[in-house]
Design a protein around this ligand. Sequence first.
Ligand code: THG
Length: 270
Amino acid sequence: MQIIGEKINGTRKRVAQAIAERDADFIKSLALRQVEAGSAWLDVNAGTPPDREPDDLVWLIETIQPVIDIPLCLDSANLKALQTAVEVVDKTPLINSISGEPERLKGVLPLIAKHDCQVIALAMDEKKIPETSERRLEIIGRVLAETRAAGVPDEHVYCDPLALTLATNADSAVVAFQTMHAIKKHFPAVHLTIGLSNISFGLPARKYVNRTFLTLAMQAGLDSAILDPLDRDMQAAILATELVLGRDEHCLNYVRASRAGAFDEKGQKA
Ligand code: THG
C-alpha cells in the first residue's frame, strides 16, 4: 500500500495560516513527519485563489523539498499552478488530477507526457460524478484512450473511483468497490487510489468508517490512498490488512512494526 500524505492542504486552517504567513518551519515539520511515517508521496495543495496559487504552490514545494527525499503529488485544479510547479520539482511528481473533462485533458496531458509524470484519473467529467460503476468505468475508459494516445503508459495512471460521503448516499462505498473491480478487470495495468476521508464526511467517529472502508477497498484492489499517515490506528489497519490478504510474506512487516512499537498492544500477550 502506497500512502499519499494528505496533510499539506490549504483547505486545512492551520496550513492556510502557514501559507499566508510563510511559516516555513511549520510546513517543513508537517512534511518531515509524513515522510517518517512512511509516505510514498506528499500531496501538496495550496488551496488559495487562482491568482495566488502558482506562487503559493511554488513556495510550498521549495520549502518542503530540501527536507524530504520522496516525490510530491501536485494537487491543483489550476493548470497554471501545475505548469509552474512542474518546473520546480526535484523528483518526477504524481499529478492530481485529470478527469473526463476535455478542457482539463487538453491542458494537463501534454504536461504529463513531457515530464513523464504519473497521474491520478478521477472517474468523473465536467464536475459530475456518475452514480453507477458502469458510467464511472466508461469515463475511465475514455480518459485512458486519451492518456494512451498521449504516450502515457497505463502503469503511470492511478484511477480514483471517488468516494462520496455515506452520510448522504448509502451505496457510495459499494459503488466505489464495484468501480475498482471493473477498472482492474478492464485495465489490469493501472493503479487504484482514493481520497479516503470523503467517505465519512458529516458522520461522527469518522476514523472507524475510514479504517473499515480502507480495509475493504484494499480487498477490492486499492494499492494507494490519500490519507493521514500520522494516524497510527490507520497504519495498523493497513499492516493487518496486508497481512490478512497475503501481501506480507513471512509476516515480516507486521512483526517488524510490532517490534518498533507501532501498535497499541496494552494488555495483549504475544
Ligand atoms: N481524490 C483526489 N485528490 C484529493 C481528494 C480525492 N485531494 C483532496 C482530498 N480529496 C484529499 N485530501 C484531504 C486533505 C486533508 C483532509 C481531508 C482530505 C483533512 N480533513 C479534515 C477532516 O476531514 O476532518 C478537516 C480539515 C482539518 O484537519 O483542518 O484533513 O478524493 N484524487
